[in-house]
Design a protein around this ligand. Structure first.
Ligand code: TRP
Length: 374
């Protein structure tokens, strides 16, 4: 990581300033072209700003999913969460997008909570701690506003009777050498880690299994999860299923700059349970593209392209395209000062969190409507 151009994106580690164009090449993804966005828009009536701003930037077989949809063969959605800590704003991007897709395509959603994964991959966590995180994370998921009649959330350890039968069929088609090559695991990895990807594969087929016929599946995810589904897509035809389609998002950067948001640096990300004072403090201390003093800022302008305040607005909090553009220009020209911009963002975050936290409390009473158990 000594070189500024180096970055790492794996399911276990995301580090450095990510070059998403290069990632498309390295991972073998398809870029989300304007042509494909137009096709999406024809079906949805409008485009989410995540799409307009290319926060979702790549896909696998999204064109095929639309072919099928246009023929009347609708798809279901699948996404997930590894419950290793509190939810932060970065986690919400694929979830908010999944909700949008659910609404626009009237699609069923399976939401996997990989409590087993976090137990196997995080030496410091006990199953009890992970269970607590699972519950807390599920409140955040429900707070997004998914349709309770069309959304099923399950924890691997509690839905295992259904999942296991299918996971071993997947596992039988994957060799240890594939796992080593894709995930970098080795002889000293614990054997649960080696098996785990088979469990993350199963929900990509689960609706087909339940209905006894093939149903297309679309997986909105953050791009670090793609390696799992490269394997899933290899295995799918061998088991007689469609390959799942995928749509990939970028990462919300950390408030400290460059790297993605990480819950391991609590001062540099906003959690869904943060209080007003936390938000004020974190945003006040955030890294900006501003100058050292007001005179220079007025004279030379700031640099929104490296500014975490601008990123936060761009990725999540500013929904209005025109206003975002004005903020960008006013920052560059020196009309907008960092202090003002920070206050503007702080207010948007606090308003969002108030509403989210209210929904989160309400979620406690309706959680059973969402949970799948064997
Ligand atoms: N492994 C993911 C994580 O650590 C959780 C997950 C399970 C997931 N299934 C998924 C994420 C499908 C995206 C799509 O967060």
């Amino acid at each position: 990581m000594s070189n500024e151009n180096e970055f790492i994106v794996t399911p276990w580690e995301v580090k450095g300033k990510i070059d998403y164009e290069r990632l498309i090449k390295d991972f073998g993804l398809q870029p989300l072209t304007n042509e494909l966005l137009k096709r999406l828009e024809k079906n949805t009536g409008e485009l989410h700003f995540f799409l307009k701003r290319k926060i979702f930037f790549a896909h696998r077989d999204l064109d095929w999913i639309l072919d099928e949809y246009e023929k009347g063969n609708s798809f279901y959605l699948y996404t997930g969460r590894g419950p290793s800590g509190s939810t932060h704003i970065g986690h919400l991007i694929p979830w908010v997008f999944a909700k949008w897709l659910q609404e626009k395509f009237n699609a069923k959603l399976y939401f996997q909570i990989t409590d087993d994964e976090k137990f196997l991959f995080k030496p410091e966590l006990t199953l009890e701690e992970i269970k607590e995180f699972s519950y807390e994370n599920i409140l955040d998921i429900i707070a997004i506003g998914f349709d309770p009649n069309k959304t099923k959330i399950f924890m691997d350890t509690e839905y295992i009777k259904t999942l296991y039968k299918e996971a071993i069929k997947v596992a039988k088609k994957i060799t240890f050498s594939t796992i080593k090559a894709v995930f970098g695991l080795n002889e000293s990895s614990n054997i649960g880690e080696i098996f785990f990807t088979s469990l993350q594969s199963v929900p990509a087929f689960i609706e087909s299994i339940k209905q006894g016929k093939n149903i297309p599946c679309l997986i909105p995810l953050a791009v670090d999860q793609d390696p799992h589904f490269r394997i899933t897509r290899d295995v799918a035809p061998k088991l007689g299923f469609y390959k799942p389609a995928i749509i990939h998002s970028k990462f919300l950067p950390s408030l400290a700059g460059l790297d993605k948001m990480s819950s391991s640096a609590p001062q540099s990300c906003i959690f869904t349970i943060d209080k007003e004072e936390d938000v004020k403090k974190k945003i006040w201390n955030a890294f900006t593209g501003g100058r050292g003093n007001i005179e220079d800022q007025r004279k030379y302008g700031g640099n929104p392209d490296i500014c975490t305040i601008y990123y936060y607005l761009y990725y999540f909090f500013e929904h209005d395209e025109k206003s975002l553009k004005e903020q960008y220009e006013n920052c560059k020209s020196g009309r907008l000062l960092c202090g003002e911009h920070k206050m503007y963002l702080t207010k948007l975050i606090i308003d969002f969190l108030k509403n989210h936290q209210r929904n989160r409390e309400k979620a406690r009473n309706i959680i059973d409507k969402f949970i799948l158990r064997d």
